[in-house]
Design a protein around this ligand. Structure first.
Ligand SMILES: [Zn+2]
Length: 183
């Protein structure tokens, strides 16, 4: 299974509910279509009619489970993430990369972030220092969020539908991030 997360860092809980709902609504209106124009053979097109009952049920479930992380076996094709939640690349997880020189942050495990505020980390090679969310977390083993959407077994949007990818990042929050991996 291939999992992709669109999530934000530092959103208030109040704005997270609105942002997550709008992002889920956007994804529910997406359809995969075959195309000869893409090297991947298919793309994802937004703007189709949305099943509003499905949107309401997904959001209700997420609001009931605010204190429980969204585990992979629970995931729908589109899963809203509210309250305490996290993104993980699972089988393909690697260390976060320094955004300046690409050196991996070796041995990083996310434990401090899981139990507290977003930590600062310093690169051993170039001394770049920044919040961990400003490192490259594309295939990281842990990122904490209260405002995200997980997609299960969707096409890789970054590769086959970059406009959909960018639009979802714009909807989900101000410090928006993308993380993907395999289960
Ligand atoms: Zn560096």
């Amino acid at each position: 299974m291939f999992v992709q997360y669109y999530f934000a860092l530092g959103e208030s809980d109040a704005s997270a509910v609105h942002r997550v709902r709008e992002t889920v609504r956007f994804f529910l209106g997406c359809r995969e279509v075959d195309t000869v124009e893409s090297e991947h053979g298919s793309t994802v097109v937004p703007g189709h009619p949305v099943d509003h009952r499905a949107l309401g049920e997904l959001m209700s479930e997420a609001l009931r489970n605010l204190d429980r992380a969204t585990e992979v076996p629970d995931r729908h094709l589109v899963t809203p993430m509210l309250g305490f939640d996290f993104a993980c690349a699972w089988n393909y997880a690697v260390d976060p990369w320094c955004p300046r020189c690409r050196t991996p942050l070796e041995g990083w495990d996310g434990e401090a972030w899981m139990h507290g505020a977003e930590p600062f980390e310093t690169c051993s090679a170039c001394e770049f220092t920044g919040l961990i969310g400003d490192w490259d977390l594309t295939n990281a083993a842990f990122a904490k969020t209260n405002c995200g959407v997980a997609l299960l077994d969707w096409p890789n949007l970054w590769e086959c539908a970059v406009e959909v990818h960018r639009h979802a990042l714009g909807l989900i929050g101000r410090r928006s991030r993308y993380l993907c991996g395999g289960v």
